[in-house]
Design a protein around this ligand. Sequence first.
Ligand SMILES: NC(=O)C1=CN([C@@H]2O[C@H](COP(=O)(O)OP(=O)(O)OC[C@H]3O[C@@H](n4cnc5c(N)ncnc54)[C@H](OP(=O)(O)O)[C@@H]3O)[C@@H](O)[C@H]2O)C=CC1
Ligand SMILES: Nc1nc(=O)c2c([nH]1)NC[C@@H]1CN(c3ccc(C(=O)N[C@@H](CCC(=O)O)C(=O)O)cc3)C=[N+]21
Length: 369
Amino acid sequence: MASMIFTDCSSSTTKARLLPFSRILLLRRRAAGVTLVRRLATLPNSSSRRPLTLRSSHSQSAYVTGIFSLATEKSATAEVIDGKAVAKQIRDEISAEVMRMKDAIGEVPGLAVIIVGNRKDSATYVRNKRKACESVGINSFEVPLPEDSTEEEVIKFIKEFNDDPSVHGILVQLPLPSHMNEENILNAVSIEKDVDGFHPLNIGHLAMRGREPMFVPCTPKGCIELLHRYGIDIKGKRAVVIGRSNIVGTPASQLLQREDATVTIVHSRTSNPEEITRQADIIISAVGKPNMVRGSWIKPGAVVIDVGINPVEDAKSPRGYRLVGDVCYDEAKNIASAITPVPGGVGPMTIAMLLSNTLISAKRAYNFQ
Ligand SMILES: NC(=O)C1=CN([C@@H]2O[C@H](COP(=O)(O)OP(=O)(O)OC[C@H]3O[C@@H](n4cnc5c(N)ncnc54)[C@H](OP(=O)(O)O)[C@@H]3O)[C@@H](O)[C@H]2O)C=CC1
Ligand SMILES: Nc1nc(=O)c2c([nH]1)NC[C@@H]1CN(c3ccc(C(=O)N[C@@H](CCC(=O)O)C(=O)O)cc3)C=[N+]21
């Protein structure tokens, strides 16, 4: 569990430091005549805002009309990018597609999840994935294995799922116990069923120009989908990704590059992360350090996607802790033009993208358009 020390940027000490800074920024913004563009979530049939035509990887027509549209408005607080609402919209789209598939060919997609050990957070994620599958009509298969299982046992289950035509996606929940070799296990997942996008061949294709991976990793895909659905331009923009892990930071930077952003990666050895991050029009932070990205790291009007999920002690919460991101939300909301909250931002999108990848896989397997 993360410590409370330096984790709460709404503490009185922090506020005392923050207030003059944000006032200075607001004054500067006014002085420079900066007009911030706001992206407001609206109801589907709202006539007051212009609906956007959005690309969707799983919709029947490949193009859908989204509920998140663009409006121009001046305000001191960032627009909240509502990952929970977008994820719900995506689940509804997937549900309709699953039903269409069932009606046409009598088949539905299937997702297998292997979980080793008793980590509480992993058990929660797996439970959420199962519920999400149920909500859209995807079959889910779960294999809970004891902590002391062998690598060979895990691989045996993976191979069975590789050969099972009713399974279209296989996910091995990470992290694995330390006695297991993650690489051997992830390599065993058939590339056609690698809905996490963690297989080296998928990672390689994502990194190459002119190649398309079978699957795009769920969390980075969710980040880009949020930007798309809020009509946020990526092309030609300066983006900074903080973190370079195989599962989030690196693929997020590659996806942004594929969208024609100019991308800089900040990592633990970067000597001037604050100065570099302050150049960005779009920030994606995936570090795992509560409130590391302070208001002073953010250019006024930047868009902030906070991937970090960090538990911090909170005696007032029934669980004894609450989740915060990598970004000091209370400071960032006064400076950014749009920001994802934690919880309710990228997390629900990760699960929605897992369902999306499983549907894509099943459509491919049955040659169903
Ligand atoms: N919302 C969601 O759906 C998901 C959220 N997460 C969350 O995202 C966060 C990151 O996850 P993950 O990528 O797996 O984590 P990793 O620990 O694998 O990677 C963390 C990255 O952050 C970098 N880093 C560490 N300290 C600093 C620092 N002080 N300054 C700049 N960079 C730093 C590391 O740099 P280096 O490479 O130099 O070590 C590394 O590249 C976690 O909070 C995790 O819980 C993860 C997956 C899904
Ligand atoms: N093979 C594999 N694939 C993964 O995609 C994978 C993984 N292993 N291991 C762990 C990380 C983490 N991850 C999250 C998914 C959903 C939320 C999520 O839904 N979060 C909610 C909060 C949930 C809560 O309250 O506990 C939110 O941000 O709103 C968070 C984190 C997927 N991961």
